[in-house]
Unconditional design. Structure first.
Length: 410
């Protein structure tokens, strides 16, 4: 059995600052609902045919609690017979939702599933659910100590010999590629304008986050973001986070703090959804699919360094598809941190010219639960624009996980 993507839609990404971003006043249910209302027209399906809505969201509390997926169905005005389920695989949540949809369709259990994600970080920022990295489990912490992701990113850069200059070049390329993509209208096929749900006023119809005037000199002037965090004493004997990281990886010697606000992902608001259908469904309804989901994969990795799993996840997915990294025309490697992108490129020996050609989360922002679904739509649009065949979307995930999805343009 096969699963196909027949359409994708998303909001622009707004700045995730409390009370300041264009989307800051919009309830996250309404962000996702705006996408859900638009997707059937763009994908060519009848809403009543949807078997389920699967939604990724990381901070499932407050306005993103109470099963945001089901409430978004209702907010969108979709039939009440359509259910919704919410999931959390940290940053991989939106991509995991699509992968679950692909599994359900490929199994024959479902014919049409809509999947995606949402995150309103202007309302619920990092750590808003209060669980921390390990859920406050002291016994687990004694066995498996996890440091904040910024420390992990700097540890990866240290162990791989990545310099500040290299990371800033990734950031600069992200900004320039994003600016070119916006100027060229490459996101227009997927982006849905967001309006005030009460007044109809247009709030945002294009990416709010990029800084197209970014320069190499401006990036170089930024201070490392995680120095003070690394000096925080948290160990049983007063060890700092940096010391605990080096104790686990003594070959590092010391942590070189090289990630900044400029070469790390930006905090953003956004929502995205993808329609996944069976071969029987598209034939019965005369729908031309956009891509086939060839393979999906997740892996676990060492939880302190945490962010090194995109490479093994991609290899696992590609192997299932009968492909190699060299067969991939386009890579979307989530830019959680510049060091993650570079480490993945090095591990898989990828041509950097095939990576994040329309920019990434450094320039465009990273609305945690939505980003994976956004990247799938971006990859589809770019495959169609260039006439290329194979794309891989892959992401690092908190706690030591990786996720990947292999797409083939139809």
């Amino acid at each position: 059995m096969k699963s196909y993507i027949i359409g994708a839609a998303r909001t622009p990404r707004g700045r995730g600052k409390i009370g300041k971003g264009a989307l800051a006043g919009v309830h996250p249910q309404e962000l996702l609902a705006a996408v859900l209302r638009e997707l059937p027209t763009r994908a060519g399906f009848e809403v009543g045919d949807v078997d389920d809505l699967i939604t990724g969201a990381v901070s499932q509390v407050s306005e993103q609690g109470a099963n945001i997926s089901r409430n978004a169905v209702l907010a969108a005005g979709w039939p009440q017979e359509i259910g919704g389920v919410s999931l959390n695989r940290f940053c991989g949540s939106g991509l995991q939702a699509i992968n679950f949809a692909a599994m359900g369709v490929a199994s024959g259990a479902q014919q049409l599933v809509v999947a995606g994600g949402v995150e309103s970080m202007s309302k619920l920022g990092l750590g808003a659910d209060g669980g921390g990295q390990d859920g406050g489990n002291v016994r687990l912490r004694e066995r498996v100590f996890q440091v904040p992701q910024g420390i992990s990113a700097d540890l990866i850069a240290t162990l791989n010999g990545l310099t500040r200059e290299q990371l800033d070049e990734v950031a600069l390329r992200s900004q320039k590629n994003a600016a070119a993509a916006i100027e060229g209208g490459r996101f227009n096929m997927s982006v849905v304008s967001v309006r005030n749900p009460f007044t109809g006023e247009l709030l945002l119809d294009r990416e709010e986050f990029p800084r197209p005037d970014t320069t190499r000199e401006a990036l170089a002037s930024l201070k490392p973001a995680f120095v003070v965090l690394g000096e925080t004493a948290v160990g049983p004997n007063g060890e700092t986070l940096d010391q605990l990281a080096v104790a686990a990886y003594p070959q590092a010697g010391r942590i070189r703090h090289v990630h900044t606000a400029g070469n790390s992902s930006g905090i953003a608001d956004g929502a995205a959804a993808v329609a996944v259908a069976s071969e029987d469904y598209i034939k019965a309804h005369g729908i031309k699919p956009r891509a086939r989901i060839r393979a999906v994969a997740t892996v676990g990795s060492e939880p302190l360094i945490m962010l090194t799993a995109p490479a093994p996840a991609s290899v696992k997915a590609l192997k299932a598809a009968g492909l190699k990294p060299s067969d991939v025309d386009l890579w979307e490697i989530n830019e959680a941190f510049a060091g993650v992108v570079l480490q993945t490129v090095q591990q898989l020996d990828i041509d950097p010219a095939r990576v994040n050609v329309n920019g990434g989360a450094i320039a465009l922002g990273h609305p945690l639960g939505a980003t994976g679904a956004i990247l799938v739509g971006t990859a589809l649009d770019e495959l169609e624009r260039t006439g290329k065949a194979i794309a891989v979307v892959t992401m690092c995930i908190g706690g030591g996980q990786g996720i990947a999805t292999v797409l083939e343009r139809v």
